[in-house]
Design a binder for this molecule. Structure first.
Ligand code: SAM
Length: 272
């Protein structure tokens, strides 16, 4: 096991003052980082994609768990600190300088991979939507273990009749399992963000047959676009939707937030 200097020292030595614009809130508690790295299960010799390693706290926890890590970081100030980690774990860490939003993750990894990240808040949801979207299923990623603002985490795992239930929950749950794996207090970060955080763990599940992600997204876009309205009003503009409700025996007086994920899937299937 490589003997590494404390993270605070690494940050001080490399002058890594946290940038708000890059969503930088660093984690220094190595026990917490080890627990985070353990959430995806055994990572020994597994390929892991980490977005936003920053000074490398989570990266070192993943490397200690035996993972082969590809880390994508936009802030070039962090590269010297990450180069030290590359030297401490020869052949186990590859650092890519770049914007994770613009990279082809599958092409970069070239093999199935787990994603583990303390995501920058400003790009977290956009990356999640990208990982969950796409017609091809199962995806190349084998799991997603991601830190979000707690409020966003709740929107991912929420069920019907929960105020947090909406498009993101349906997108996350129609062909994946999503669970809230760990809550993280704001004081664990440096600097502390204004809100609490939580880690969500997602694994791909079988894709329901005869449903395209594009159609499902259309249905949820219309339904939750007017979430307080009855379905007969909110789905009026979507051709075939009201007939689909009738064929499925779904009461058009219900509101979007009362429908289960599988009811949304049935409507999308009926429409195709
Ligand atoms: N993983 C570190 C930790 O846990 O202490 C840092 C987490 S910090 C919340 C987010 C990191 O993502 C920062 O290092 C930031 O520079 C980086 N970042 C922000 N936007 C990015 C992007 N579009 N692509 C890649 N990295 C990005």
């Amino acid at each position: 096991m490589a003997d590494l200097p404390p993270l605070r020292e690494v940050v001080a030595r490399h002058g890594l003052s946290a940038s708000k614009a890059l969503g930088q809130n660093f984690l220094f508690d190595e026990q917490l980082l080890a627990r985070l790295a353990a959430l995806p299960g055994d990572l020994a010799d597994k390929a892991v994609l980490e977005i936003g390693p920053g000074p490398g706290g989570l990266t070192r926890a993943l490397l200690r768990a035996g993972a082969r890590v590809t880390a994508v970081e936009m802030d070039r100030r962090c590269l010297p600190a990450l180069a030290e980690l590359e030297a401490a774990f020869p052949g186990k860490l590859r650092v890519i300088e770049g914007d994770a939003m613009k990279l082809d993750h599958n092409g970069l990894m070239g093999e199935p991979y787990a994603v583990v990240a303390n995501l920058p808040y400003n790009v977290g949801t956009a990356l999640l939507v990208r990982w969950l979207g796409g017609e091809q299923w199962p995806p190349r990623w084998t799991s997603l273990t991601l830190m979000f603002q707690q409020e966003v985490a709740q929107r991912i795992v929420a069920g019907p009749d929960d105020g947090a239930y909406g498009r993101l929950a349906v997108l996350a749950q129609w062909r994946s399992t999503a669970r809230l794996a760990m809550k993280v207090h704001r004081s664990a970060f440096t600097p502390p963000p204004k809100v609490m955080s939580a880690v969500v763990h997602l694994e791909p599940a079988a894709m329901p047959e005869g449903v395209s992600v594009r159609l499902l997204e259309k249905v949820t876009e219309f339904a939750f676009g007017q979430r307080r309205k009855m379905l007969r009003q909110s789905l009026k503009g979507l051709p075939g939707a009201l007939a689909a409700l009738e064929a499925l025996g779904i009461d058009s007086q219900r509101r979007a937030e009362t429908l289960t994920v599988s009811e949304f899937v049935s409507i999308a299937r009926e429409l195709s």
